[in-house]
Design a protein around this ligand. Sequence first.
Ligand SMILES: [Zn+2]
Ligand SMILES: [Zn+2]
Ligand SMILES: [Zn+2]
Ligand SMILES: [Zn+2]
Length: 406
Amino acid sequence: MEGDQRSGPPAQSLLPDGHLVLWTLCSVLLPVFITLWCSLQRSRRQLHRRDIFRKSKHCWRDTDLFSHPTYCCVCAQHILQGAFCDCCGLRVDEGCLKKVDKRFPCKEIMLKNDKAADAMPHHWIRGNVPLCSYCVFCRQQCGSQPKLCDYRCIWCQKTVHDECMRGSLRSEKCDFGEFRNLIIPPSYLTSINQMRKDKNTNYEGLASKFGKQWTPLIILANSRSGTNMGEGLLGEFKILLNPVQVFDVTKTPPIKALQLCTLLPYYSVRVLVCGGDGTVGWVLDAIDEMKIKGQEKYIPEVAVLPLGTGNDLSNTLGWGTGYAGEIPVAQVLRNVMEADGIKLDRWKVQVTNKGYYNLRKPKEFTMNNYFSVGPDALMALNFHAHREKAPSLFSSRILNKVCWIK
Ligand SMILES: [Zn+2]
Ligand SMILES: [Zn+2]
Ligand SMILES: [Zn+2]
Ligand SMILES: [Zn+2]
């Protein structure tokens, strides 16, 4: 009995303590479990989405927030987040992703059917037309209603109201719109493909039907330049041109991308390099290599859209010191169309050791020779010296600009 009385009080005091420990454990562990479960679900969803992206014919990119009022092309609901195609501009929510491929084809870089080559009709997609676009039929504003409405041709960028769309517009031949002189039409590539199969390389006759004003443009953009601005630009150019003529130089080196010039008419191609002086230098080196290969007649004219910090060469050539989206991409293309060509003085410099026992290999550099005097030359020199000392401090463009101004 005595023993029972003695063991009574500790058992009573243990019970509340046990509850306390249990509750504390629950309150700590439960949120941890919930967080873990949520992140597991999220990563599973991401994997599933990536799998759909890989199998899809569209070039999907995720976004957490669309910048304009957006409607899903499948279910027509208003959506805040989802995916958009970098080539044709379709927008979709996550739930409808799987259905898009079956319903809507993407921009075809080459026609499947050779017979259809001469009469490629418009490729209309419905909804999310750009703000401030006008109907080709009634000339009134398009896409102003808050719903999935109106059409845009993904090649010529013409827009038309739902109620103005008619059979004649659906079957009309697409003229590729304002940038027809820069676009490589899918029909051209289809014919080239056929000619290569027939071992006929006389492409000049084929190009003659596009006229002398046809100066196809190849975009070489560095997706890492300008704090990843290059990536967004790649998408915008793919929407306005044929995606086949838009390259990310971090994935396809310039020398490989420039081989597209050999399928186009002589002395007609222009290249727009989007990046800093480093990227421009890389492209110019690739062009030098084309000369060595004996591809001189295919050498393109080079225009620059400056994205990095070191844009001295671009500034000297009249393309400005840096692009941060001040003008729309369409205006950039207009500027390229209107630009005049000038020759750039490029030197190959070989540096050899003067010593008697000269064991080191001579180093070879390429030099772009342009003239700059006064404060900007001094600033460039100082900036370069600072960057050489501490490269890690110069990774951000804004910070670089501040250092440049200093
Ligand atoms: Zn949907
Ligand atoms: Zn697409
Ligand atoms: Zn069209
Ligand atoms: Zn209309």
